[in-house]
Design a protein around this ligand. Structure first.
Ligand SMILES: [Cu+2]
Length: 126
């Protein structure tokens, strides 16, 4: 009986020794905080040939979440946001493409079609 108690005392010392350097708990807390942030994205809808062009300028605040939905009703299209280097897949006529990103770089960025090579919308991020 006395031998068992002695083993318990040693075990207690080891456990309490570990508790002071608690690195795993702090890592878990950081992950939980970032996932609870819910931001409403700024929505920009572009229909190629209807409200697109290099004269369409959208002002975006630095740090905003942005969601751009693009559709070309008449032909296949592929979209490219310069600066952020986001490229959509080649979309069938009428099929919407969505580009989602955080506007974390300031500047003026053209979103162009890789089929017609036209600028569809210009983002001014500041
Ligand atoms: Cu491009």
């Amino acid at each position: 009986m006395k031998k068992v108690l002695g083993a318990c005392a040693v075990l207690m010392m080891i456990v309490s020794g570990c508790a002071s350097s608690d690195s795993t708990t702090s890592t878990t807390t950081t992950v939980a905080t970032t996932t609870t942030v819910a931001v409403e994205p700024l929505e920009i809808d572009v229909t190629v040939g209807e409200n697109s062009g290099n004269d369409r300028i959208e002002v975006v605040a630095l740090g905003d979440e942005v969601r751009i939905t693009l559709v070309n009703p008449t032909q296949e299209d592929e979209y490219h946001l310069h600066g952020y280097d986001i490229v959509s897949k080649k979309m069938a006529p009428g099929a919407p493409a969505t580009l989602s990103f955080t506007a974390n770089v300031a500047g003026t960025f053209e979103l162009e079609s890789h089929v017609s090579n036209e600028v569809l919308v210009v983002l001014e991020i500041s």
